[in-house]
Design a protein around this ligand. Sequence first.
Ligand code: MGP
Ligand code: SAH
Length: 318
Amino acid sequence: MDVDGMNVAAEAVVEIVPGPAKEQRPPQKRRERVRNSIGVLVETLRIFEAVREAAEEEEQKEQSPKTSEDEAEVIEDKVQIILSDSTSPDRGTRKRKQRKKKKKNVPEEVDHPGLHKYWTRRYQLFSKFDEGIQLDQESWFSVTPEEIAKHVAERCRQCDVVVDAFCGAGGNTIQFALNCRRVIAVDIDPAKILLATNNARVYGVQDKIEFICADFMQVAATLKADAIFLSPPWGGPDYTQKQVFNLEDLSCVDAKEMFKVAKTVSENVIMYMPRNTNRKQLMSLAGVGNLVEIEQSVFRSKVVALTAYFGKLIDSNF
Ligand code: MGP
Ligand code: SAH
């Protein structure tokens, strides 16, 4: 939706609302006036809804490959916003039907005001989204966007075996599998293992991955790898409410303990952490005299996370 379109819709609302002064109207017209006002309100809501939907579609259009069918839908939406008025019952019916059709496509777990943005970004999370990617609610807001996961995996290209200790729905696992010989993917939640298995199949890399459903802290002693990736839960989208995210704020694991255990699997550790993470604490994990590289992971022109590299992964020749 472009800014002009928004203005047209906003102007339409301003023009509709004022009417003649109350006392000048004949009393017998009251019911009719109430009916008209309701009609105006309903139409106003429709306009706002249409503007919101078109803006989302436009954002998605900018971010993702589109089919000609999708293009047609966006254009039709725009035309409707511009022509919208409160006198055309036909158009209202059509719009409602269209909305119903669109809503049906949005999976239940993201059909919520705070989560809808992840749905509009679906092709950035997985470019093969339409080929059968499956996510649950936690995965929608936790999955590493594909470009970031790809970048991290490319830095591990020299690694034969990589452990993804908190694999979730497989955003990182898939990219590691595309760049390395073998991946060991661990998650404590059996539902995530099913999702990641399905999603790895979509990318044709399932045969390169060994999935383990377990608490990483419990199975770490049995694992060996050339690099280990840690993307633990950050406690949900509310992590942004904190000005500084301290390592103790990780909800499911003790960060220092997790790092210590990870080092027994490989000295080459990668941590994917909130963008507001206390950097001094992150650096201190490396230990005195050791290096850490903290990368600002950018998605949609914005830093969305910090990726910290420890060990040989810092060396660009590794
Ligand atoms: P976000 O909270 O969606 O911020 O997380 P964004 O996109 O900046 O939202 P906006 O409304 O400010 O624009 C950004 C990224 O962080 C997500 O795409 C995930 O990759 C990652 N992420 C978010 N959470 C809540 C988690 C989490 O709990 N664990 C892990 N490993 N990654 C997460
Ligand atoms: N990087 C993943 C997202 C990880 S979200 C992706 O791109 O898809 C964090 C995951 O850690 C969740 O799926 C959660 O089930 C899992 N988890 C939480 N505690 C765990 C533990 N102790 N051991 C292994 N997995 C755990």
